[in-house]
Design a protein around this ligand. Structure first.
Ligand code: SF4
Length: 494
């Protein structure tokens, strides 16, 4: 468990919680169920917690990937403030090593270089969210479990400032750590990969029991919980997985907990696979509904049935969704159906005025530089990162372009001097061609193609070009047992 620091971000450390000091100078970490025992100078499984001088420390306090404005749909949360903008915050490392991870470049600490790492204080994060009119912080991407101390400090400050905290996690976490999160986290989006122990062991390197126990625990405290399951092609996209997860949600939580079946794309150690056929996601949805779960959705799809919300009593359309965009169309302010008054199990925030300026003056764009991007194949969302190099505030404008030549109205983002800001644009309807962004000529900007939700791309198209894989490469698939063998061999080689 020892390692030699190669990157600057690994050098300094911060005291860690949930430590147990052992008589021989080792420490035991009680943050995740691994309970790593770490010798002086060593690191735990996650490679971001270690033993320095006989004390447990964390190497990633205040160190993460670039903060990013997204929508709450990015986090597989459909029944809390649909369409709400969130500030997504991801870090480095993970207590798991899932074979399909699409954030493996940041979740697996050995791949993280100093170029990927941004430094934040709790105060900076809260101030950024408030200044950009964002009401929800989302702890997400790699996995928030291993950012425990920084999350507790920031989420506490955020709550004091009136913000809401969302925690999107695989939730391989100890009970003690859950106890510490409960006072500050409001929404839990939990990824339960499967109910099958063999799958957990072989594909995620973890085990399922603590995940289920922690999920039950947060649900019982009355927190808003949504559950998602990644349907990995030919491994966990079968009827039995759908049946077992539906049964578990219904019997151990509640039938009204929203359940998401999420489309997989080949990545990391499971690149030699194919995308989940949509027919299997729809079949899983049908199975869950037969079990009596009314709020079932499919994820990582656009323009497909199974993403909208309808009233289970009268069939009224409540929320329309396209990709990562959502619109309330049939809910009152309490989350009830506007047609029949049935409780649709939604939590909504106070409405606020529309941000689009209808009296926009084109001269505001004078001197700004235009950047455009065309949606192609599976790439239907984009992270736009802009650094304001000026010593004064600088505006960035963005809008959507449609096939008939029309455009949406402009949305403005104000950047402080020296501020670097990243925000998502996601295709909102079938005839949308792509985004258009107007950026001050003195600013530097990067565009990052996003592959599926909660994906944090580390490389921009300026560095690696526009992807040519319009649809995830479909290679010959080796079969479930071969995939397990392949993962085992790769694990041994690491
Ligand atoms: S968080 Fe988990 S993996 Fe990391 S050191 Fe602690 S027990 Fe080990």
């Amino acid at each position: 468990m020892s390692s030699i620091a190669k990157e600057r971000w690994q050098l300094d450390s911060h005291p860690a919680r949930l430590e147990e000091i052992l008589p021989d100078g080792s420490v035991r970490c009680h943050l995740s169920p691994r309970n790593c025992v770490i010798k002086e100078g060593g690191l735990g499984f996650c490679k971001v917690r270690g033993n320095r001088g006989g004390r447990l420390v964390t190497l990633n306090y205040g160190k993460g990937v670039h903060l990013t404005e997204e929508t709450i749909e990015t986090e597989a949360v459909f029944h809390f403030a649909p369409g709400e903008r969130i500030l997504s915050l991801g870090n480095i490392g993970c207590m798991l090593n899932c074979g399909y991870c699409h954030n493996w470049k940041t979740s697996q600490a050995r791949y993280v270089t100093d170029n990927d790492v941004y430094y934040y204080t709790p105060e900076q994060i809260v101030e950024t969210a408030l200044r950009h009119g964002i009401r929800i912080l989302s702890w997400t991407y790699n996995d928030p479990v291993v950012w425990h101390e920084f999350i507790l400090d920031t989420a506490r400050l955020a709550k004091e400032a009136g913000l809401i905290n969302l925690y999107k996690s695989a939730f391989f976490i100890s009970e003690e750590a859950v106890d510490e999160l409960l006072p500050v986290i409001d929404i839990f989006s939990i990824s339960i990969k499967s109910i099958d122990s063999e799958y957990y062991r072989k594909v995620t390197t973890g085990w399922v029991e603590p995940v289920l126990a922690a999920t039950k625990k947060v649900y019982k405290t009355g927190k808003h919980v949504e559950v998602s399951t990644l349907m990995v092609t030919d491994i966990s996209d079968d009827e039995q997985t759908a049946r077992r997860i539906s049964e578990w949600v219904k019997t151990e939580l509640d039938a009204n907990v929203p359940l998401h079946f999420v489309r997989f794309h080949p990545d990391y150690k499971m690149s030699n696979s194919v995308r989940t056929p949509i027919s299997r996601l729809l079949q899983a949805r049908e199975i869950a509904r037969e079990f009596g779960i009314p709020h079932v959705y499919i994820g990582n799809v656009s323009g497909v049935d199974g993403t909208e919300s309808k009233c289970v009593k009268c069939g009224n359309l409540l929320v329309t969704r396209y990709g990562l965009n959502a619109k309330l169309v049939g809910l009152d302010t309490h989350g009830y159906c506007t047609r029949c008054g049935h409780d649709a199990h939604f939590k909504l925030l106070e409405p606020r005025p529309c941000s689009n300026d209808t009296t926009f003056d084109d001269s505001l764009l004078d001197g700004l530089e235009q950047r455009t991007f065309d949606w192609h194949g599976d790439v239907v969302s984009l992270h736009i990162q802009v650094l304001n190099t000026q010593s004064t505030d600088a505006p960035v404008y963005h809008r959507r372009r449609f096939r008939d030549g029309a455009s949406s109205s402009w949305t403005k983002v104000d950047l402080r001097p020296g501020e670097s800001y990243r925000f998502i644009m996601a295709k909102s309807r079938e005839d949308e061609v792509g985004p258009e962004v107007m950026i001050p000529s003195s600013a530097s900007s990067n565009l990052h193609e996003v592959f599926d939700r909660a994906h944090f791309p580390t490389q921009s198209i300026e560095e690696v070009g526009v992807s040519h894989s319009d649809v995830t490469p479909i290679l010959q698939y080796a079969g479930k047992q071969n995939m397990y063998d392949q993962l085992r061999k790769q694990g041994e080689a690491e």
